[in-house]
Design a protein around this ligand. Structure first.
Ligand code: ZN
Length: 412
C-alpha cells in the first residue's frame, strides 16, 4: 500500500483532469478489476452541474531578478487548483499569493473550483524573503468543457445486498488526506477478490469528493438505496496519532454497530465526532432522502491535524505500518459483516451436548461458550450475541459453525 501511495503521490489530481485518469489507471492496474467512467461537463446532477475539466501543464512565478519563486513542477501544491490561464508581468502587490503564517515552512493547499480565479501557494518563510518589484506570473492551464472521471469496482457475492466502500481521488500531492483512503480501499478490493466466497456484494467507489459522490448518486440512487446494507467512507487512514470515529447521520446503523464492536474488541478507543463535524462524502451518502447507512473510522480526522491540507501531509507523515493497521481494521469489519447472521436454537431446553461430542471437547471453555451462545440464540444476530457475551464476533464464529454443523442452531 505504501508503494502504491508513493507512486500516486506526485500526480496532480483535482475534481477533473488527466491526473485523475492516471490515478484511476494505476488503481485499476493494482486491483485488476475496475471500471473507469466519464461524465461530460455541464451535466446536471441533483442541484449541481459537472464543472469544466481542468488540466495544468505548467505554473511558475518569477521575481524581479528572474529568480524562480515557485514552480508547479517541483510541487503541484504551488498552484491554486482550477487556476485559469495567465501569462503576465505585474507588481508584487497584484500577485495572488496564499500562505500559512501558523505553519511557516509549509505550502498550503488551496482550490477555487467554482469561482474563476488564479493564484500561487508558497510557504510563509518564502513570502518573507520576497522583494517588491515586477513579477512574472505564468499558469499554462486549460479550463474548458471535458469530463469528470471516476472509477468503481463491484465484487459479486452470494447476496445482491451490498457493502459500499467509498473514497475520493481529488487531492494533489498529499498523503494522509487523501491518498491513504484510495490505497487502503484498493488493497481491500484486492483482498476481497482473493476470497473463495463472499456473502455480500462489495462496491468500491473512487470519485472526486462532493461532486463525484453526487454524480455517483445521481446515476445509482435507487440501486444503492435498495441494496446497500452497510457503508464506510475511507479517508485519513495513514498517520499514527489517533483513531477517530464519525458515526452515520442516523447513528446505530449496522456499519456503526459493527465498527463500534471491532474497535471495542481490539482496544481502539477513538475520538468520537458528532455528525455536525462531518466533512467527507458521508455528507452525500447520508443526506436526507439518500439515507445510506455510511459511517467513517479514520486515524487523525481531516481538519484536526496541523499538517492537514499542507505540503507537510507528505510521504513521511504516513507509514506502511499504519496503513496495514487500518487495512486490518476494515478487514475485521468485513469479516464481522459476513458473519453477522441471526441465529435460533433448534431444540427446546438445553441440548444434551455429550450426545454430540461437544461436552468437554478439545477446548476446555467450549461447553460454556456453546451454552452461552445457545442461551441467546433466540433470533438475535451474532453481533447481538457477541455484545451480550462481551466477546469478539470472530471468536464466536467458529463455535457457531460447530453448532450449525450439529443442527443445534439455524440461521434466521
Ligand atoms: Zn481534504
Amino acid at each position: 500500500m505504501y508503494e502504491l501511495l508513493t507512486k500516486l503521490y506526485p500526480i496532480c489530481r483535482s475534481l477533473t483532469g488527466n491526473g485523475n485518469r492516471e490515478t484511476l489507471r494505476i488503481l485499476r492496474d493494482y486491483i485488476g478489476a475496475f471500471s473507469i467512467h466519464e461524465i461530460a461537463s455541464g451535466t446536471k446532477v441533483f442541484d449541481w452541474t459537472v464543472p469544466d475539466e481542468w488540466n495544468c501543464k505548467e505554473a511558475w512565478l518569477s521575481g524581479p531578478n528572474h529568480d524562480l519563486v515557485c514552480d508547479f513542477k517541483q510541487n503541484n501544491l504551488h498552484v491554486v487548483g482550477y487556476s485559469h490561464f495567465i501569462n503576465e508581468h505585474m507588481g508584487f502587490g497584484h500577485v495572488h499569493l496564499h500562505t500559512l503564517r501558523d505553519r511557516p515552512n509549509a505550502i498550503p493547499y488551496v482550490t477555487s473550483y467554482y469561482k474563476r480565479d488564479w493564484g500561487f501557494c508558497i510557504s510563509y518563510n518564502r513570502l518573507q524573503s520576497l522583494a517588491d518589484g515586477i513579477y512574472r506570473v505564468c499558469i499554462d492551464a486549460t479550463l474548458e468543457p471535458g469530463y469528470l472521471t471516476y472509477g468503481d469496482v463491484v465484487i459479486r457475492g452470494d447476496s445482491k445486498d451490498e457493502v459500499l466502500l467509498a473514497t475520493y481521488i481529488c487531492h494533489p500531492s498529499m498523503a494522509n488526506d487523501n491518498l491513504s483512503g484510495p490505497v487502503v480501499a484498493a488493497h481491500l478490493a484486492k483482498y476481497l477478490l482473493c476470497l473463495p466466497q463472499r456473502r455480500y456484494t462489495y462496491r468500491f467507489v473512487f470519485v472526486p469528493e462532493t461532486i463525484g459522490a453526487i454524480v455517483y448518486l445521481a446515476a445509482h440512487l435507487q440501486h444503492l438505496k435498495s441494496r446497500v446494507v452497510a457503508g464506510y467512507q475511507l479517508t485519513c487512514l495513514g498517520d499514527n496519532r489517533t483513531w477517530s470515529f464519525l458515526p452515520s447521520r442516523k447513528d446505530h446503523t449496522l456499519p456503526d454497530e459493527i465498527a463500534d464492536h471491532v474497535m471495542w474488541m481490539t482496544h481502539i478507543h477513538p475520538k468520537v465526532y458528532p455528525w455536525t463535524l462531518r466533512g467527507s462524502d458521508e455528507r452525500q451518502w447520508c443526506a436526507p432522502g439518500v439515507d445510506l447507512p455510511v459511517c467513517s473510522v479514520m486515524r487523525s480526522k481531516y481538519g484536526s491535524f496541523p499538517e492537514y491540507h499542507t505540503s507537510d501531509d507528505n510521504l513521511d507523515f504516513v507509514t506502511a505500518e499504519v496503513l496495514e493497521e487500518s487495512f486490518n481494521f476494515y478487514k475485521r469489519v468485513i469479516e464481522c459483516l459476513e458473519a453477522n447472521y441471526g441465529y435460533r436454537a433448534t431444540c427446546l431446553g438445553e441440548p444434551f451436548l455429550s450426545k454430540y461430542g461437544l461436552y468437554k471437547s478439545a477446548s476446555t471453555d467450549s461447553p460454556d461458550v456453546l451454552m452461552n451462545i445457545l442461551t441467546y440464540a433466540d433470533g438475535r444476530s451474532l453481533l447481538e450475541i457477541a455484545k451480550e457475551l462481551n466477546e469478539p464476533m470472530w471468536k464466536l464464529a467458529p463455535h457457531i459453525a460447530t453448532l450449525e454443523q450439529h443442527s443445534l442452531v439455524k440461521r434466521v
